[in-house]
Ligand binder design. Structure first.
Ligand code: ACM
Ligand code: ZN
Length: 489
């Protein structure tokens, strides 16, 4: 194993001298003392040397050299660098709105240059199923199409063939990025249920959802056919995605249908489960066991892990941050679980800069209070696309905030914001070179008036009747559960 280098990182311009060579002229030198993803870069009169113990270390050394020599000249420098976390991810939701493969490849290219190493691909949701599954062809025949979005009359359609998904995986691997597929269940399953109504509790026909928020159609947790469905999807996607992690969703699942379903209630009794939370944990555990047979580890959003019976082998993705969820993260870490940190308040990039400015993202400490650092698997930022309908909006939301998450993945010590903004100048250069749009620094840290204006505009667009219906469902769900469990006691 690699020994850890004592100084976490060091950046020093040794003199103002510059040389006529660039990253392309690097000499690779093996150094077993460097950690897996780490590297040492030395640029002086003798040329450019990148010391590393692996291909990925060399890749990151080269990326740094490219940044340094962007103007065609390499400065005199010595750099010792390694990431803080082994998992440094970004998610794009391709279910709410569909984005073609080329768009994804380009965003992976940018991410790799920011030294992120996971692309989390949200492939299914209420508003669309995007991954081709041969055993269930209707998932894409029916589930990848919706007639419109909140009455706008514009159809949204598209899915990724197996060949498309393989292409993304291969392109990412060449840049040392792993691809994490996500199939989200038992909630957020309306598109799958529209294709195969028997996956639901009541078997009724529904349409792929054309509005956002939380919907009541969930995967039935009582019928064995649901488990066979999940196993098959895992089997087919595991052939495409070699990454050792697999995301099985688990967020925002309503219990309304489960409460009224004979199969679900029978399952609770048969398996001696305390309640619907434990029924969900049972469901997530079964998928996690299936994944474990393939040598894979499941990741679940933290609100899908409330049942006491949840397996500590599952990675908890920490997006909900209330004290209750923080306590759960601390307990899970104590029991041996790993935590993937994706706070709603700082790493949810679907929200405007008026709510989540760049500085807030940069300043966020990715080790939740009370969770030991060794229990933190890493960091991940999220781009949900309910209100991201095109590539330009996607880019403006991602860039430059994604660079702040990437920095937290690599550095605990460089927390000076002004210094970060200076480094961002080079990132903006890279964004231009790779042809992506972005928010300027002024847009990314708006003044209070501009921020409020942006937030107001976002709120007006998002908060419509369909979202109010969604809040009502949430409230009803809470009420029904309360009624059931107060009766029991
Ligand atoms: C989520 O934001 N629903 C995980
Ligand atoms: Zn059911």
């Amino acid at each position: 194993m690699n020994k850890l280098i004592p100084a976490p990182e060091k950046f020093e311009l040794l003199s103002s001298e510059q040389y006529g060579y660039t990253a392309a002229d690097a000499e690779r030198i093996f150094d077993e003392n460097l950690p897996y993803e780490g590297y040492r870069l030395r640029a002086d009169g003798d040329g450019l040397k990148i010391y590393c113990s692996s291909d990925v270390g060399y890749f990151y050394g080269k990326v740094t050299a490219e940044w340094l020599s962007a103007d065609g000249k390499m400065p005199h420098a010595e750099i010792l660098d390694r990431p803080v976390f082994g998992y440094r991810g970004f998610m794009i939701d391709t279910a709410r709105h569909f984005f073609p493969v080329e768009t994804l490849l380009n965003r992976i290219e940018v991410a790799a240059r920011l030294k992120l190493n996971v692309f989390h691909w949200h492939l299914s949701d209420d508003q669309g199923w995007r991954a081709q599954i041969e055993a269930y062809p209707k998932l894409t025949e029916i589930g990848s199409f919706r007639t419109d979005t909140r009455g706008d009359g514009k159809p949204v359609k598209g899915f990724y063939t197996k060949e498309d998904m393989r292409k993304v995986v291969e392109f990412a691997a060449e840049r040392h990025v792993s691809v994490l597929p996500e199939i989200d269940f038992p909630g957020h399953m309306s598109a799958a249920i529209a294709a195969y109504p028997s996956l639901s509790c009541d078997g009724k026909e529904i349409a792929v959802k054309d509005s956002f928020g939380i919907h009541e159609n969930v995967l039935c947790a009582g019928k064995e056919t649901s488990y066979r469905f999940i196993d098959t999807v895992i089997d087919e996607l595991s052939e495409i995605f070699p990454f050792k992690y697999f995301h099985i969703g688990g967020d925002e699942a309503l219990r309304l249908k489960w409460l009224e379903c004979e199969d679900c209630q029978r399952k609770i009794a048969e398996e001696d489960l305390a309640d619907e939370e434990e029924l969900q944990a049972y469901m997530m555990n079964r998928a996690a066991e299936k994944l474990a047979e393939k040598g894979k580890t499941a990741i679940v959003w933290n609100d899908g892990m409330k049942g006491e019976n949840i397996s500590e082998s599952i990675v908890m993705q920490y997006w909900k941050e209330s004290p209750d969820y923080l306590n759960r993260a601390v307990s899970a870490a104590k029991a041996g679980a790993k935590i993937l940190v994706s706070p709603f308040s700082a790493y949810y990039f679907d929200y405007p800069y008026g709510m989540t400015p760049l500085k807030k993202t940069f300043k966020f400490n990715p080790v939740p209070k009370g969770v030991p650092e060794r229990s933190v698997l890493g960091v991940e930022c999220e781009l949900w696309t309910e209100y991201v309908t095109d590539e330009a909006t996607l880019d403006k939301r991602l860039y430059p905030r994604i660079a702040a998450t990437a920095e937290r993945g690599w550095s605990k010590f460089h927390t000076d914001y002004d210094d970060f903004k200076l480094r961002l100048t080079a990132a903006y250069n890279m964004f231009d070179n790779l042809g992506v749009k972005y928010a300027t620094i002024n847009e990314a840290d708006p003044n209070p008036v501009a921020g409020l204006k942006e937030l107001f505009k976002f709120g007006i667009n998002a908060l419509d009747g369909t979202l109010i219906e969604s809040f009502k469902r949430l409230k009803l769900n809470k009420k029904r559960l309360k009624e059931k469990y107060s009766r029991k006691r």
